[in-house]
Design a binder for this molecule. Sequence first.
Ligand code: PLP
Length: 257
Amino acid sequence: MTTPTQENRYPTALTVDDFKHNLAVVRQKIATACQRSGRDAHTVRLLPVSKTVDKARIQLAYEAGCHFLGENKVQEAFDKWQSLSALNDLQWSIIGHLQTNKAKFVAKFAAEFQALDSIRLAEALERKLQEEGRSIDVFIQVNTSGETSKYGLHPEETAAFIKSLASFDCLKVKGFMTLACLSDNEQRVRSCFRLLRNLRDQRQQDAPANMQLHELSMGMSGDYAMAVEEGATVVRVGQAIFGARALPDSYYWPTHG
Ligand SMILES: *Cc1c(COP(=O)(O)O)cnc(C)c1O
């Protein structure tokens, strides 16, 4: 691995052993956070996020046990899916904002979509999935930080949104996803996670009978331990597994710039 420096908290994984090491470290931190909060570590899924990582290193991560990967941009994910088709049990989760006209790509190959935030998009996805004869797991993205231009529904919009999803047979709604605010203030970050968890608990009570809505996808390299303490069932971790990215987060989340 490259040596970590002040600017680079996340050394780049370059071998299968590097990946095994990084995965073990992250899993250990998840287990410790579970212990602190009285949770069973098996109730937390680690979703490695491979955006910007090339095919060769994804292959190494796969050999280290990563068979379900998250990607922010659907076109990048689609290209990787095509070029890595030899790994036929490798599954993909799209975790970033999706334009309606790109729903067809998600419908072709993704196992999961975590950024559902409009009815128009739900309709487009449902239609394309029907054409493909497929269904996918979906998470509703919620804006828990109140930052105006960040993607996701406002918490108050979720009840009506969920009702209108009940008739979409190809979208298996599993729960909620959020990006916490990027802040050094731990309480502010935690309050985003808590908001999502409380929202999940409420929405489970008035959910249509065919929806479980159990999942909470929250926490990334900088804050996943906290997210687990607050109830995350999925953590999306990129840099702590693959290494630091060259592109700033503002490239993926315009408001963070
Ligand atoms: C990139 C990304 C992550 C992972 O961030 P890291 O800092 O690499 O752990 C999580 N969620 C979303 C939506 C992302 O785009």
